[in-house]
Design a binder for this molecule. Structure first.
Ligand SMILES: NC(=O)c1ccc[n+]([C@@H]2O[C@H](COP(=O)([O-])OP(=O)(O)OC[C@H]3O[C@@H](n4cnc5c(N)ncnc54)[C@H](OP(=O)(O)O)[C@@H]3O)[C@@H](O)[C@H]2O)c1
Length: 272
């Protein structure tokens, strides 16, 4: 099984990645140059009441978000390089507990050069890891919780707390029985100064953010694979899971890049 994209790439991997710009056409660039060019380090002043939320997902050409229960199996070196470059300027990485468990999330940025670059730009060494969970079934064996100095915020409607961990854990709790994602994101902005959020899924969380009108952009990697499988089966997740939307969300294509046969699409979500 290939590494999950969230794992740090093997040493040296990704340093030679060049993305070919198809739309808008232009010179090839590195994932880091792309992030710079998209203005992802910039912050609006005054900050908006809720953070800008970007969703980063990968899919096979026939729409599979996992093969063998993981997304790392459909990722390649260019996807991993972009995945880590997109994390670099984020104030927070938002992820559902299902993905944290399956992909065994660890420290959000391990690479020292990336951490130094964030500090140079006035940010904390790494984004806050924000985990959405109802059951708080996050075992102590999850590497992220074992990282001294890692900052984790759990978004939940539960009154329970995780057992003491090496990571520093805070909570954003909804008042009602259900987690209100809009209110939780507004609290993330107010209490933790978060202006930009990179959501890494999974499909259930992504569907809820979309349904609540909380997604601003989608980065979609299209892996040159066909896998088959039935969407209704647990083994054949697509990038969104849960009920059908009342109306399909309308996307605007903002950019297209390519590395080998992998496509990297960036969409804006039009206001409904
Ligand atoms: N292709 C891709 O780009 C991609 C990206 C990410 C993940 N994945 C794959 O997707 C799979 C996981 O999918 P998933 O959709 O089950 O994961 P998910 O969306 O990451 O997690 C679902 C879990 O998040 C919590 N949650 C979500 N919404 C909540 C809410 N409103 N209130 C409280 N808790 C909430 C619940 O956690 P509790 O159970 O703790 O209550 C729920 O079980 C994995 O196989 C992973 O590899 C693929």
């Amino acid at each position: 099984m290939a590494d999950a994209p969230q794992s740090e790439p093997p040493p040296g991997e990704g340093t030679d990645i060049r993305l070919q710009r198809l739309l808008p056409a232009g010179e090839d660039l590195t994932p880091e140059q792309l992030v710079e060019q998209l203005g992802l380090w910039e912050r609006r002043s005054p900050p908006p009441p809720r953070p800008r939320v970007m969703l980063n997902m990968i899919s096979t050409v026939d729409g599979r978000a996992t093969i063998g229960g993981r997304s790392g199996t459909i990722s390649d070196a260019a996807d991993r390089a972009l995945f880590h470059a997109l994390r670099s300027p984020a104030d927070a990485v938002l992820v559902g507990a299902g993905t944290v468990r399956t992909e065994r999330y660890g420290r959000i940025i391990r690479d020292e050069a990336r951490r130094r670059e964030r500090v140079r730009r006035g940010l904390a060494p790494e984004p806050i890891a924000c985990v959405v969970s109802g059951r708080l079934a996050l075992g102590e064996d999850i590497p992220l919780l074992q990282c001294p100095g890692a900052r984790v915020v759990v978004l939940t409607a539960s009154a329970a707390s995780l057992p003491a961990t090496a990571a520093e854990v805070d909570y954003i709790r909804s008042a009602g029985p259900q987690l209100d994602l809009a209110t939780a994101l507004a609290e993330l902005a107010e209490r933790f100064g978060v202006a930009s959020v990179l959501c890494e899924g999974g499909p259930h969380l992504a569907r809820q953010l979309l349904g609540a009108g909380l997604l601003d952009e989608l980065f979609l990697s299209v892996a040159p694979l066909l896998a088959g499988g039935e969407p209704s089966g647990g083994e054949a997740l697509r990038i969104l899971a849960g009920g059908e939307l009342d109306e399909p969300a309308q996307l605007e294509l903002l950019g297209t890049l390519r590395s080998g046969s992998t496509l990297f699409l960036r969409y804006g979500l039009s206001a409904r």
